[in-house]
Design a protein around this ligand. Structure first.
Ligand SMILES: *Cc1c(COP(=O)(O)O)cnc(C)c1O
Length: 465
């Protein structure tokens, strides 16, 4: 028996607690309930279609319900769904590891699996820490992170997180990290170069404390959850060089930027950087199944090789490490990248939509548009000239995305920043249509009949984050 929308909505509110969602608002809303997906569109239980313009939170690559990906899972399912990677192996986990080593920057030769971005980051942090420890550098115990960094929601990942709204509450539970600025050209004070300012702080910190610092973790080229903030060119390279000079590890979190999202297979490639550790997740299975990996060098891996009695083993693992279904669909996903020449296509399409996007800059309340590949943030401002931010209580991002949803497009804002992270296979025509809808929604909310009243109560299906 199929349930009606009303029955589903009632049970949804009765039984579910949604992530990053103020449930008090949600309980008053008409919840969106997805039934199926077709290409780059999602279809709700009432039959309404929407562009999946945020790739179901930055995951989706080839669209939904893709024949080849479905088949890869079904084929693997005929063999086995899961067996552990603790001390034993499986076929797709081996094949995928080889492929990941092949496509990631030169020097990353070892693959450690887990199941989400946060776990991939946790593993990178613990691996980096133990690497120094195993080598006898027991003073190395803290990390450097960057303002507004987001690395996932588990406690270790939150310890290197720096978004006050999400992280400050948990301070008492966290290990200490040093925070340096992340260059944010749009909001950097005039008369100072944001990259030079950051590098000066980094070098001062390294000079004083490198002996106690394990590594620096960074979202390379684009800081995602902070609001799609794009690093000026050359910045990552210079950070990497400084860390080398002071013998501090570079950990890159490519969870959002990896797998072609920025127009290169990995964002590090924009500047020819090879990190010591790299966390990947999101796009790895094209948005099909939870799988993640932490890659590292022979140098880091080698520090864990020792006689059994010395207990230098990496004592870390998760139930579903190297899950066969996830690895099988990831392999098929990467086959499709080759077949479609997808990464170059992303770069080409990203360039093609630049002029369409920049038209939005003529709108009264669009302050900045940031784009790297198909990773796009549109920052809305109360006042273009002064860059004055909208008040939190205006819920400006939430309201724009709510109107977009009515117009058949799904995305989630980051505060006042409207996000466009479409499936990588979206065509220029489809992308142009998505930008049209987003533009209309921005106009309606920021310039139209709807006025912005602080504290106004609106019925939203999602929460401003
Ligand atoms: C999404 C994200 C994470 C967390 O990944 P989950 O799979 O949600 O745990 C970590 N780092 C970055 C940069 C992300 O965008």
């Amino acid at each position: 028996m199929t349930l009606t929308y009303d029955e589903l909505a009632q049970k949804n509110k009765q039984f579910l607690w949604h992530p990053f969602t103020q449930m008090q608002d949600y309980l008053e809303s008409d919840p969106l309930i997805i039934e199926r997906g077709e290409g780059i569109k999602l279809i709700d239980v009432n039959g309404k279609e929407y562009y999946d313009a945020f790739s179901s939170v930055w995951l989706n690559v080839h669209g939904h319900n893709v024949a080849e990906l479905n088949q890869a899972i079904m084929d693997q399912l005929q063999k086995v769904a899961h067996s552990t990677l603790l001390g034993m192996a499986n076929v797709p986990a081996i094949q995928l590891a080889e492929k990941l080593v092949e496509i990631t920057p030169e020097g990353l030769n070892k693959v450690f699996y887990s199941d989400c971005g946060a776990t991939a980051v946790e593993i990178a942090l613990k691996m980096a820490y133990q690497y120094w420890h195993n080598r006898g550098f027991t003073n190395k115990k803290s990390f450097i992170t960057m303002d507004n960094a987001y690395h996932g929601d588990t406690i270790g990942a939150v310890s290197v997180g720096a978004i006050p709204l999400y992280h400050r509450l948990f301070k008492a539970l966290l290990f200490q990290s040093h925070t340096i600025p992340y260059p944010y050209p749009y909001r950097h004070p005039d008369g100072e170069d944001p990259v030079e300012a950051m590098l000066a702080k980094l070098e001062a910190l390294l000079q004083e404390k490198s002996e106690e610092i394990v590594g620096l973790i960074v979202e390379p080229i684009v800081q995602g959850a902070a609001g799609m903030i794009v690093m000026p060119e050359g910045c990552l390279r210079r950070v990497a060089d400084l860390l080398k000079k002071y013998d501090v590890l570079l950990i890159v979190d490519e969870v959002a930027t990896g797998f072609g999202r920025t127009g290169k297979m990995f964002a590090c490639e924009h500047e020819g950087v090879t990190p010591d550790l790299m966390a990947v997740a999101k796009g790895i299975t094209a948005g099909y199944l939870p799988l993640a990996a932490t890659l590292t060098t022979d140098e880091v891996y080698g520090a864990f090789l020792a006689p059994y009695e010395e207990q230098k083993t990496f004592f870390h693992g998760h139930s579903y490490c190297g899950n066969q279904l996830g690895c099988a669909v990831a392999l098929e996903n990467l086959k499709l990248y080759d077949k479609l020449n997808l990464v170059e296509e992303v770069a080409r399409k990203a360039e093609a939509i630049e002029p369409v996007l920049s038209e939005l800059l003529t709108y009264k309340h669009v302050g900045d548009i940031r784009q790297k590949g198909l990773m796009i943030g549109i920052e809305l401002v109360a006042d273009q000239a002064t860059k004055e931010e909208y008040h939190w209580n205006d819920r400006i991002g939430v309201r724009v995305t709510q109107v977009a949803r009515e117009k058949g497009l799904l995305t989630r804002p980051l505060g006042n920043i409207i996000v466009l992270i479409p499936p990588l296979v979206s065509t220029v025509e489809e992308l142009t249509d998505m930008i049209r809808i987003i533009g209309e929604a921005i106009r309606e909310v920021t310039e139209g009949a709807v006025t912005t009243v602080h504290g106004e109560k609106t019925l939203q299906g999602s929460d401003a984050t």
